[in-house]
Design a protein around this ligand. Structure first.
Ligand SMILES: Cc1cc2nc3c(=O)[nH]c(=O)nc-3n(C[C@H](O)[C@H](O)[C@H](O)COP(=O)(O)O)c2cc1C
Length: 481
């Protein structure tokens, strides 16, 4: 039985890959201490990367979101790259200097209001001629929540019920204008055809909305929906609502298993086996020959995890200064401070778990004979997500993903800004095109067209809105108009 037959439920591999660029703005993955590194905040870095990606026919330019400056031991995390301008502001500016590439804004549902966010995303979609997408995240930590008027944060279990009501409401807002809502003629009696703009009302546990949307549909009807979350609840949420998953499973076997799981969940949710696209996070270290690529990898890793980064990484879990320790020596014997430890105060990692993890890590490093630096480099090197090799070898590897339908593409984090896509676009893309697994031109003008996604049909809630109803039902399934 071949790999794609095992995926089942009638899933058919498209045989094609799409690329997105993920401009990280945080994390040790981005090298900022190299002569060729540019600014992480100046517009020109974003412009240069977006235009290079567009030259390489990338489907999307993707921005993450972190709503608080990352901290380390109570101070700004000085070894992290810093910045992350507001995604929608940045993408609106990029819309003006690009023509085709999709513009994906990560925006969380926990700290926004649906009517406001839907309006802003509609604006981005209109400004860009139908190239906008929303990466729906739920942001799982109290530390970010403390920064907001509502304080606190939602329990893990609540985040997705909250997110679901949010996305449902946003979809109804985008459904509220018919395609022909704006009159095409100056002799028409009014700018709006009667009944073509509806009021959206939702009265639920998390939101009350009574709103007449202010903007018409975009060239792609509404923003494409991405989702990034990996728990069973997150996967079910994606299976019901998303067009694309930004996944954390790029290694081949894991990618196939993830695809199989998502297809099964999507079909259970009443949608088609091919309805949700999957684009895992990834990193590429490429050169003309395999040995040059391996050499380059050593260099990249040494800059991603230098001695200071290695100690700082452990400090996040130990909850205390470890500057007295030798980065080339063994892991600290001292125990973590368990009051509050947290990976860059972003991942919620507390208490007794810290001690357990420290014990486990000490044993693991001892077993492998690793120093602090070697151990941290191994832990953070995103082994699974890194494709290292010659252009031709990596193209062969990726072609296998395409042919079996393990993924629909990759969301690539360049480790250098702003030149980090140059060799991918100049060398890898042509190799993939030669193998027939990568587009040779943009499929159309909108992101929906690039990704081969159907235009949504108006959801049942929109009919309820037309009838003045308050009922909220799940919008499942999309079909071609
Ligand atoms: C590949 C990937 C990228 C993510 N990027 C972001 C991000 O940029 N901003 C954010 O607030 N959360 C981000 N998240 C976190 C998710 O939104 C979510 O809060 C987290 O994964 C926990 O949800 P889960 O329990 O369903 O996995 C990302 C998650 C994944 C898997």
């Amino acid at each position: 039985m071949s790999e794609n037959q095992e995926i089942g439920h009638g899933f058919k591999p498209s045989g094609q890959l799409q690329f997105g660029i993920f401009f990280q703005g945080v994390n040790s993955g981005t090298i900022w201490k190299a002569p060729e590194s540019g600014s992480q905040t100046e517009f020109d870095s974003f412009r240069r990367l977006a235009q290079t990606a567009e030259r390489g026919l990338f489907a999307a330019f993707f921005l993450g979101e972190g709503l608080r400056l990352r901290e380390h031991l109570g101070r700004p995390h000085a070894l992290d790259v810093a910045g992350r301008p507001d995604a929608q502001t940045m993408l609106a500016a990029l819309a003006g200097v690009t023509n085709k590439i999709g513009l994906v804004a990560t925006q969380n549902t926990t700290y926004n209001d649906p009517a406001h966010l839907a309006h802003r995303l509609s604006s981005l979609d209109l400004i860009s001629g139908g190239r906008a997408a929303w990466n729906v995240v739920t942001t799982d930590n109290a530390w970010t929540g403390a920064n907001f008027r509502r304080g606190g944060y939602l329990d893990h279990a609540d985040r997705y019920t909250h997110a679901e009501a949010f996305v449902e409401t946003a979809k109804r807002i985008w459904d509220a204008w018919d395609g022909h809502a704006i009159s095409g003629s100056e002799t028409a009696p009014a700018w709006q055809a009667p009944g073509s703009v509806r009021r959206v009302r939702h009265d639920g546990r998390h939101y009350s909305v009574d709103y007449t949307p202010r903007l018409p549909r975009s060239a792609q009807y509404r923003p494409v929906l991405f989702q990034a979350g990996d728990s069973p609840e997150g996967r079910d949420f994606a299976a019901r609502q998303a067009d694309v998953i930004f996944s954390a499973h790029p290694a081949y076997d894991g990618a196939v298993a993830f695809r199989r799981d998502i297809v099964a969940r999507t079909v259970r949710a009443g949608r088609g086996a091919n309805d949700v696209k999957i684009m895992p996070a990834s990193e590429f270290i490429l050169a003309a020959t395999p040995s040059e690529a391996l050499e380059k990898k050593e260099w990249v890793r040494s800059l991603q995890i230098g001695p200071e980064q290695a100690l700082a990484y452990l400090e996040q879990f130990w909850g205390r200064e470890l500057s007295g320790y030798d980065p080339d020596g063994p892991l600290p014997e001292i125990d973590p401070v368990v009051v509050e430890t947290s990976e860059t105060r972003g991942s919620g990692f507390h208490g007794a778990k810290a001690r357990q993890l420290a014990d486990q890590w000490r044993a693991e490093a001892k077993d492998k004979g690793q120093s602090i630096r070697q151990f941290v480099s191994g832990k953070t090197s995103r082994v699974d997500a890194t494709f290292t090799g010659s252009y031709t070898d990596v193209a062969d590897t990726l072609a296998r993903y395409a042919q079996t339908g393990a993924v629909d593409g990759f969301n690539i984090s360049p480790w250098l800004v702003p030149s980090g896509l140059d060799e991918i676009v100049n060398h890898l893309v042509p190799e993939l095109q030669e193998r027939g697994v990568y587009p040779t031109e943009y499929a159309g003008h909108t992101l929906r067209e690039h990704l081969g996604l159907p235009v949504p049909v108006r959801s049942r809630e929109a009919d309820d809105d037309a009838a003045g109803g308050l009922k909220l039902e799940l919008a499942v399934g999309q079909q071609q108009l």
